[in-house]
Design a protein around this ligand. Sequence first.
Ligand code: 2IP
Ligand code: CA
Ligand code: CA
Length: 367
Amino acid sequence: MAELLQCLLNVAEKAANVARVCRQEAPLFELLVQEKTGADKNKKFVQDFKTLADVVIQEMIRHDVCAKFPEMSGFIHGEESNKFENGLGESVTVSVCARPEETTALLAKVLDGDQTAASLLAEVIHQELQVTDGLAESLKVNIDPCDVGIWIDPIDGTSQYIEGKEEEEPDEGFCASGLPCALVLIGVYLRTTGEPVMGVINQPFNRKESTGKGWKGMYVWGVSYSGVNVCSLTPRHSRSHDHLSVLLSSSERREVKEALATAATLTFAAGAGYKILCVLQGLADVYVLSEGSTFKWDSCAPHAILRALGGGVCDLKQCVSARANGEVQNASQITYHQPHSGSNGVEKWANRGGILAYLDPSVIQRE
Ligand code: 2IP
Ligand code: CA
Ligand code: CA
């Protein structure tokens, strides 16, 4: 199974390269930032381009994983659809072709004939890349690829990515908004039980290069399967203060903010994945979300990593009712294999009862 992890680390790094290249290469960057000017067709085109970064990343991940693990084909899901309509109203299905020139030609169709932008993207998509990670290489777990599925969020925190505020993370803290909140999320779950068993988070914009021009990224991975719990991060449990620190979305409901403020210190950050990343780094005790506004692809990867460190991600509603009934609160872990019946479209995969993400289980018993 170290091979699947290695494959995900490699493709997540390529995904981060796609995300960075779109901001660093002038012909792509211009497409990303030109907005609200020009004709309607142009606006639509620019909109297309933004979605294209996500679609391209998702299809590249699907392509690379299926090439190594054909058994997983049909079980790699993501936020985006690969059907695309360009500014001319033509429908194009985005996929990664056998050769870079073919991928360039296909992308150029979506990009209204912009060959330069298309070939810059194709170059990154087809790059051979190997992440060197000693701990991942030494990992010994045997998961059959036939037993698992994958959830991809190609870019979580898209609005932060597009806006592109060049915030840097403080040494012992996190950003409320800005490029560091944009993450690539790849989570692996068991097809039978829906448990998240492996997760990779790549943060393409972790810190500025010393030259001040580009960005360097970082990644975190975790595996929690059959008694094996390994994570690339060293756990930083036991925050010594009595006061609970709760991370929230700035758009969280007022009633929830007010209720929590009586017992906890509230902090805010953008990005569902980023908030869970902060929890797993020990930068906040819990992430609470009272609404069903996140989806399986937002939580699968960080949930697997939290599990590897002894934490979890619960359905908030179920957790609250378990508490009211005096039952174990962390029993209601979110699962990833079954759609909600009676819902349509993406809602089938919503984390409907909200989210409670924690690193230290005793913290939620106390809450
Ligand atoms: C979004 C993104 C948002 C988040 C929302 C996610 O995913 O992470 O930032 O809202 O829940 O679905 P908030 O930042 O308020 O927590 P995407 O960027 O992939 O649409
Ligand atoms: Ca998302
Ligand atoms: Ca996304």
